[in-house]
Write a protein that binds this ligand. Structure first.
Ligand code: ZN
Length: 357
C-alpha cells in the first residue's frame, strides 16, 4: 500500500503536467523587422523631424512624440505597455542590458523565421527566396502530436513565411500574401475579405497589407478554433524599406491594436479563455540613424531582436533588465515547452527555452 501511495505521489505531478499541456493553446505573433528601439523607446528623436522620411512631421509629432521614452513607447504601442508588461515578460531593451538577437549571420527575414521555428541555424539558408525549408520545425512537431493534429494553422502577410515552415511536407494549413482564406466554414464575411483582397491594389508583389492577416485570423479563430496559430505581420518592414518613418510608426501602432483585438477575442471565447499563451517576437532588427531602413549582414545592429510572452502560466516579471543574450533559435524550444511536446532540432542541439515561468 505504501508503495502504491508513493508511486501515486511520484506520478501525480506528471499527470498534472500532461493535463496542463493538453489544455494549452498558443498564438505566436511575429512583427517583421520592427526595431527594439521603437518597441522600447517609441518614436526615434533622430528620425521624427526628417522631412525626407516623414510625410507630415507636425502630424507625426502630435501622434507619437512625447518627452520621455516611457511616454513615447506607451503612446506607440499601448497594449504592450499598459497590458502585456503587467501580465508577462518583455525581453530586449538594450538600454537596460536585456539582450536578444538572431544567431544567424544574415539578419534577414527567411533565415530569421527559419531559426525561430526550426530551433537552429543552417548557414546554407541565406536568402529570402520562397523555397521549402529542408529542416523540421516545431509547428510541424506540434501537428504530429495527437493533441494538436490538424489544429496548427498560419496566416502570414509575406509569401516566404509559409516556406520557412515548409508547408507542403508539414501539412500545416496556411495562407500567405494574396492567397484566399483557409477556413473550413466559408462565411459571407470571409468571402467578402477574399473579394476585397483580390480587388485591392497589390501594392507589394508578394505581401498583402496586415489588415488582411488580422481580419482573416479573427475569423479563423471562430470558424476553426486552431490550438496553435502563427500570425505573421509584415507592414513595418515594408514601410521601413521604403524610408517612410510615419507609415512605419503607424504600422507598429495598428499592429499593437490588432494583437490586442485578437487577444480580447480569444479571452471572450471559452475555447481559449484562460488556456492560451501568447507570444510576440521578430525576425531581425534594423540599422540606426540613416541606416534605419535596412538590415542585413553588413548593417550594424540589425541582429537585435526582442520577445514578449503572456497568458496561461506566464509569470508577470514585466520588462526585464541585465539578462540574456537570448537567441531567436530558442523560440522553438520555448514553443515546445509551452505545448508540452518533445522537439529536437535537426542539428541535434537542444536549445534552452526562454525563461517565462
Ligand atoms: Zn526587410
Amino acid at each position: 500500500m505504501r508503495r502504491i501511495i508513493l508511486s501515486l505521489f511520484l506520478f501525480l505531478p506528471l499527470l498534472a503536467a500532461a493535463k496542463g499541456a493538453k489544455d494549452t493553446r498558443l498564438i505566436v505573433f511575429t512583427i517583421d523587422g520592427l526595431r527594439w528601439q521603437e518597441v522600447f523607446t517609441g518614436a526615434d528623436p533622430a528620425l521624427v523631424g526628417e522631412p525626407k522620411m516623414v510625410r507630415d512631421t507636425a502630424e507625426l509629432r502630435q501622434a507619437f512624440w512625447r518627452t520621455t521614452p516611457e511616454e513615447r513607447r506607451a503612446v506607440l504601442m499601448p497594449f504592450v505597455w499598459n497590458s502585456i508588461v503587467r501580465n508577462g515578460v518583455v525581453i530586449g531593451n538594450r538600454n537596460k542590458n536585456s539582450m536578444m538577437q538572431v544567431a544567424n549571420k544574415t539578419n534577414i527575414s527567411y533565415p530569421g523565421y527559419s531559426e525561430m521555428m526550426t530551433g537552429m541555424v543552417d548557414e546554407a539558408i541565406r536568402s529570402n527566396n520562397p523555397v521549402n525549408n529542408p529542416h523540421r520545425n516545431v509547428l510541424e512537431a506540434a501537428n504530429e502530436d495527437v493533441r494538436y493534429r490538424g489544429k496548427v494553422m498560419m496566416y502570414g502577410s509575406w509569401k516566404s513565411t509559409r516556406f520557412a515552415i515548409h508547408n507542403e511536407q508539414a501539412g500545416i494549413p496556411a495562407s500567405v500574401s494574396y492567397e484566399p482564406n483557409i477556413s473550413s466554414k466559408q462565411t459571407s464575411h470571409l468571402r467578402l475579405l477574399d473579394r476585397m483582397q483580390a480587388g485591392m491594389p497589390h501594392f507589394w508583389k508578394s505581401e498583402h497589407f496586415d489588415a488582411f492577416t488580422f481580419a482573416y485570423t479573427l475569423e479563423l479563430l471562430k470558424t476553426d478554433h486552431p490550438k496553435v496559430m502563427w500570425v505573421s505581420f509584415g507592414d513595418c518592414d515594408e514601410w521601413a524599406h521604403s524610408n517612410k518613418y510615419n507609415l512605419y510608426l503607424d504600422a507598429a501602432h495598428y499592429t499593437d491594436a490588432f494583437i490586442r483585438d485578437i487577444y480580447e477575442a480569444c479571452e471572450a471565447d471559452p475555447f481559449y479563455r484562460g488556456k492560451t499563451v501568447y507570444l510576440i517576437t521578430c525576425d531581425h532588427g534594423r540599422g540606426s540613424g540613416e541606416a534605419w531602413t535596412g538590415h542585413g549582414s553588413s548593417t550594424k545592429g540589425s541582429e537585435a531582436t526582442w520577445f514578449m510572452i503572456w497568458g496561461k502560466g506566464v509569470n508577470a516579471l514585466g520588462e526585464t533588465a541585465e539578462n540574456g543574450p537570448f537567441y531567436t533559435q530558442q523560440v522553438a524550444a520555448t514553443i515546445a515547452q509551452i505545448l508540452g511536446i518533445d522537439f529536437m532540432p535537426d542539428n541535434g542541439v537542444r536549445q534552452q527555452p526562454i525563461p517565462y515561468q
